[in-house]
Design a protein around this ligand. Sequence first.
Ligand code: GLY
Length: 387
Amino acid sequence: MKKLTLILTLLSTSLFAQKIDVDKQIALAGQQYQLMLAAQPDTSTTVHSAKQDGTYRNMPSKWWCSGFFPGGLWFLYEKTKDPKWESAARLWTEAVKKEQFNTGTHDLGFMMYDSFGNGLRLTKDPEYKKVLIQSAKSLATRFDPKIGLIKSWNGFKGGYQYPVIIDNMMNLELLFWASRETGDPRFKEIAIIHADNTMKNHFRPDYSSYHVICYDVDGKVLAKKQHQGYQDESTWTRGHAWAMYGYVEMYRNTKDKKYLDFAQKISDFYLNHPNMPADKIPYWDFYAPNIPTEERDASAGAIAASALLELSTYSGEKGKRYYADAVKMLESLSSPAYRAALGENNHFLIKHCVGAKSLNSEIDVPLIYADYYYLEGLLRYQKMAKK
Ligand code: GLY
């Protein structure tokens, strides 16, 4: 009897115990970001990465990553309710404000929804709402109804005029929000048409993904290309993680089962890939030529972890696997292999990311979006583990 009780206790502890000490990880993140704020008092450029020589690599607010540092500060405020994080988050959010009028980028979802969107969620500040509505209007200008997609870049090598990248799935959330907020269905219609055409053209029959699809003026596919991945026919792991996250969001916003089914299929491709390492932090491309000596991209792991946690909640029995793999990713990211010790890594939280090895840029460095999705994943995990 004693033996049975012991077995049952061990079983329930291993099934239900929190595998990651979120409070400890968030406390460490707070200490690290206090040092970051002290090192970076000037908000005229945004916190983005660090160079191999140990100096910061900041970028202007029009860079696609400008929303992530304020977003991370908002997560710290959400978790601690400490007003010092609200002040810091407001300051860095303000630094992105002028981008609400930027019609030259498809990345407004990243830039504005992660900064102002989190700020609105946590403070209900009416000024933040105005900024977000304007941002959605600016983003919508990049949608061509004849093509049925939001244009990503204004041109691409080879002379292509209408390139659309898989990352663009991440900007649709802002449009759904804008339709709910304004009552104007146009924003969400754009999001749905974009997601449907991406589903049609951006994936192979095995549910792997292309990075860039180039369209002509009538919406015909001219070319399927790689930019930040290894080759046109390979799969760039961060791009694929954006797709997983994007289709989970599509399901959350529409409750249309076709998006859930698709999010599961592309996630299965990711998790079952033979080149996925045991710690579940992928190489920068599933087909990078020198695996296993290629660099990992911890940012891809952080994005996928957060997406899979949400996907697990919609997936019934199948969700157990998504949850377990997401937790494994967060465990790896929380270990010294990827998690920076206090004062290291230019005060970023996560080490070992790759921006674009194909462009010889940002190889094995910290990247602010890895921090953002890691923090989001930790908070999601804690809420789910408590339930
Ligand atoms: N262009 C977005 C990314 O590098 O993931």
